[in-house]
Design a protein around this ligand. Structure first.
Ligand SMILES: *Cc1c(COP(=O)(O)O)cnc(C)c1O
Length: 326
């Protein structure tokens, strides 16, 4: 694990890399009470030639600063963030798997580590990076997922923390995820908190719709959605291929109507953990429907292969997204 400490009087200091060990936490440690905690999720990939690389680590470092700002936490400089990740991956090279679909999952995070009970921003923080090898996200492998559209729980509201990658967002969304599982689904789809109309995202993934005219649509970044790096990369990839990408609100009612009329051919979720995954089936309180054939469609497949190809060093990195570590 890599750690760096921050205190209000001296700033960032005491950077260390050591064998992973438990933290010793005082019962008054402020993160346990007021939940100032943010994180990132990224992967190190091994190419066929054995070289190890990261995918757009600067984007993670920048988003980590944005999350910190929203949660009244100190902003770790991007170069320091990247250096901590690089050093850990370099030391843990042997843990980067070679198997197709596998990678080293990297989890940078930061939490308030001052011991006090009082409502104000902490004066001490701990930044840490850990990593572990992972296989494909969905146990069933290549198949599509079923989603549950929650009409009871929402994930983020206007002025809230929806755009910050903080643990608290997940704490609030787990009940909906549990509900999805009891409904026989893999993931939950959240609608907007104000009108319960507009599709926002899944618990930990952004969402895209593929139309019969070949265009893509994805909900816009209005502050309640997490700005996914996979989402941004797919928008750039699609635009470079001449595909029209509409970043515009899309209602659940319209999705239902368009899936039934055939205007929407495919829907997929995207994020670092699962890359690109087709949504084949949708359930909600009053019914259920299939998207397209219910199987992975050709556009989803092409976008996934293109993205994974770049990440794994199979296709040319025309966007400059690949960051070599070894
Ligand atoms: C991390 C995350 C995503 C996906 O972001 P990527 O940068 O593509 O991994 C989407 N939604 C939520 C809520 C997230 O926490």
């Amino acid at each position: 694990m890599a750690t760096i400490r921050w205190t209000r009087d001296i700033g960032w200091h005491d950077a260390q890399i050591e064998a992973r060990r438990p933290f010793e936490i005082d019962p008054a440690c402020s993160v346990l009470h007021y939940a100032q905690e943010i994180f990132e999720g990224m992967k190190a990939y091994r190419s066929k030639e054995g070289k190890i690389s990261l995918f757009r680590p600067l984007a993670n470092a920048q988003r980590f600063r944005e999350s910190a700002k929203r949660m009244s936490m100190p902003q770790l400089p991007e170069a320091t963030f990247i250096q901590a990740v690089e050093k850990l991956v370099d030391i843990d090279q042997a843990w980067v798997p070679e198997t197709e679909g596998s990678s080293l999952y990297i989890r940078p995070f930061m939490f308030a580590s001052e011991n006090f009970l009082g409502v104000r921003a902490s004066n001490e923080y701990t930044f840490c990076v850990i990593a572990c090898p992972v296989g494909p996200y969905f146990k069933s492998g290549r198949s599509t997922v079923k989603v549950w559209v929650s009409d009871e729980y929402t994930r983020a509201g206007r002025g809230g923390t929806g755009a910050a990658k903080c643990g608290g967002n997940y704490a609030a969304s787990l009940i909906a995820q549990t509900e999805a599982v009891t409904k026989g689904c893999d993931q939950v789809v959240f609608l907007d908190a104000t009108t319960n109309t507009w599709i926002e995202e899944l618990g930990g993934m952004n969402v895209f719709f593929v139309f019969d005219d070949g265009s893509l649509r994805t909900p816009p970044l209005t502050g309640t959605i997490l700005p996914g790096i996979t989402r941004a990369s797919i928008i750039e990839l699609a635009k470079a291929e001449g595909i029209y990408v509409n970043e515009a609100p899309y209602s659940f009612g319209q999705w239902r109507a368009d899936a039934s009329s055939g205007r929407v051919k495919e829907t997929f979720a995207c994020g670092t953990a699962a890359a690109v995954t087709a949504i084949g089936h949708v359930r909600y309180a009053k019914g259920e429907f299939n998207v397209g054939t219910g199987d992975e469609g050709p556009v989803t497949q092409r976008i996934r292969n293109k993205l994974i190809g770049i990440q794994r060093g199979i296709s040319a990195d025309t966007f400059g997204w690949v960051h070599h570590v070894t």
